[in-house]
Design a protein around this ligand. Structure first.
Ligand code: SAH
Length: 526
């Protein structure tokens, strides 16, 4: 058997968008992913189906797995021929013990590859609006560990303090204009005292950035003289980066990620109920805004096996005048049916094409190279029939491939102006297996700030999943959470269940929904 390779991959500091392209590609190809708590859990979505996920999480003073055991896991898995990705917070060679893991691979003749990452030493200050260098404030920076290794060689453990006395603080205090301490929270008092003893003025600005780049980011600032009191009063715990130097003052002007005025969604936990296949678009948009999306898919898009109706319709395309797509979900099964009938986009030459909204039009273009002839100004069935470009469809044949269960508005209204409409089921939506108990717990504990609904089916299945109609306590909890609907139809489905949406998007698209939620926070919750 050939030995596999160990890839030491930097996950970046938290924000999942900060992984490198190379790192993401390796996650997608690995047989085994070994990860810890500083890597964002959503990065595991890149794992290929069936990949083995091994959590070796550590936090200061609590080790799920000791370093020698982690080394062994990496080497053993590789020796059994597996491709192993060791996903490490930040950069693998910045206090990540990646050097030791690489050495252990080398000793055991296991090939390794290092994929550097965005280190929290620079990124956490950056997300706090603190550039580590600045023309007017600092021309150098040093990255320093808050405490030395102890006898067991476990960086981050409590015994580490014993080694403090042996450190050369005179050297550390002058190591750069900006000093950045990692793993420094527990030793903060030691650090600030020694720096002052070694020539740094007590008025030197200091910032602590906890969970930097995450939606939970928390920043406190003070000076070498005051920061210890401020940190304990505000309950700063690891992981946090401590930044010492004049650059800290720039935060007053450069604060951005955690600035609630310009980023009203920062830190908000927002429930995403769409299908997993589609959730990532909304979740990613929310993450860019600094929100913390909680993905709980209430629907799953399933193909219809042996779809004879769609197949027949596709082979008779030349008999249709219009083809109407009311969801992105219909495009894929339609394209597949074309291919199965040995046809391609040319079979659509005689048809005009309508798409319900920009996302569907975009999918048609990408998947089939087709430009829709008609997209209504707002992505809702009412608007599609109202703005339909021909008001007399006498004798026209319209093909409508769509969900197995859907409203009759379009066939009815187009039929009323003369069209012969063939409704063909192209896919079905079902309720996926989900951890309903976990969602109930989050709702009851008031841990969610907004619940989003992007279709009536997400409302029905949400209510079903948590058994809302039967549970008064849960009803009360849900009533206290603002609900956001993508449009009037979804909003009215919410009302059917006695739930009243606080937010109804005026543009019925994902960006429109996110904009509406931002607007809600701008006006309602300063
Ligand atoms: N290799 C990592 C550092 C690992 S040591 C890197 O390059 O970022 C662990 C320490 O890193 C923590 O104790 C904390 O000081 C710092 N750290 C890691 N992620 C952080 C984050 N998101 N915010 C603040 N500090 C972080």
């Amino acid at each position: 058997m050939t030995t596999g390779t160990v890839f030491l991959v930097g996950a970046g500091p938290g924000d999942p968008g900060l992984i490198t392209v190379k790192g993401r590609d390796i996650l997608g190809a690995a047989d085994v992913i070994v990860y810890d708590r500083l890597a964002h859990p959503s990065l595991l979505q890149y794992a290929k189906p069936g990949a083995e996920l091994v959590f070796v999480g550590k936090s200061s003073a609590h080790h799920a797995m000791l370093q020698p055991d982690i080394n062994q896991v990496l080497v053993r898995k590789a020796q059994s021929g597996k491709m192993v990705a060791r996903l490490k917070g930040g950069d693998p060679f910045v206090f990540g013990r990646g050097g030791e893991e690489a050495e252990y691979c080398k000793e055991n003749n296991v090939p390794f590859v290092v994929v550097p990452g965005v280190t929290s030493a620079i990124a956490a200050p950056a997300y706090a609006g603190i550039p580590v260098t600045h023309r007017d404030a600092a021309s150098s920076f040093a990255v320093i560990t808050g405490h030395e290794r102890d006898d067991r060689g476990e960086a981050g453990s409590r015994e580490a303090g014993a080694a403090e006395g042996r450190r050369n603080w005179a050297h550390i205090a002058q190591a750069g204009d900006t000093l950045i301490f990692l793993m420094g929270v527990e030793a903060l008092s030691e650090i600030t005292t020694r720096l002052q003893q070694n020539g740094r003025p007590p008025t030197t600005p200091v910032a602590l950035v906890q969970w930097g780049t995450w939606p939970a980011q928390k920043v406190v600032t003070g000076t070498l003289a005051t920061i210890v009191g401020i940190a304990s009063a505000s309950g700063i715990t690891p992981p946090a980066v401590c930044v010492v130097g004049d650059v800290v003052n720039l935060r007053i002007r450069l604060q951005w990620w955690d600035d609630r005025t310009s980023r009203p969604l920062f830190g908000k936990r927002i429930l995403v109920t769409r299908a997993r296949e589609q959730a990532s678009g909304l979740a990613d948009t929310l993450r860019l805004e600094g929100a913390d999306p909680v993905v709980f898919p209430t629907i799953q898009i399933k193909p219809i096996a042996d779809n004879a109706m769609l197949s027949t319709a596709v082979s008779n395309l030349r008999t249709y005048n219009w083809l109407v797509f009311t969801s992105v979900n219909a495009v894929e099964p339609f394209s597949k049916a074309l291919a199965e009938n040995k046809l391609d986009a040319r079979a659509l030459a005689g048809c005009k094409i309508a798409a319900i909204g920009p996302a569907t039009a975009d999918m048609l273009q990408r998947r089939l190279g087709i430009v829709a002839d008609f997209v209504p100004s707002n992505a809702v069935a009412e608007c599609l029939v109202k703005e339909w470009p021909q008001q007399d469809l006498t004798g026209c044949r319209v093909l409508l491939p769509r969900a197995a269960q859907a409203r009759d508005l379009i066939p009815q209204e187009l039929g009323r102006i003369g069209a012969i409409v063939d409704v063909v089921p192209a896919y079905q939506t079902v309720r996926p297996e989900t951890d309903d108990a976990e969602l109930r717990a989050l709702l009851l504990a008031g841990k969610l700030n907004i619940l989003t609904f992007t279709a009536s089916s997400t409302v029905h299945n949400f209510v079903d999943a948590i058994n809302l109609s039967e549970d008064v306590e849960l009803q009360l909890a849900v009533t206290n959470i603002p609900l956001a609907a993508i449009g009037p139809v979804t909003a009215s489905t919410l009302r059917d269940y006695g739930l009243s949406p606080s937010i109804v998007a005026t543009t019925h698209t994902i960006p429109g929904l996110v904009e509406a939620i931002k607007e809600f926070y701008r006006t309602n919750r300063p």
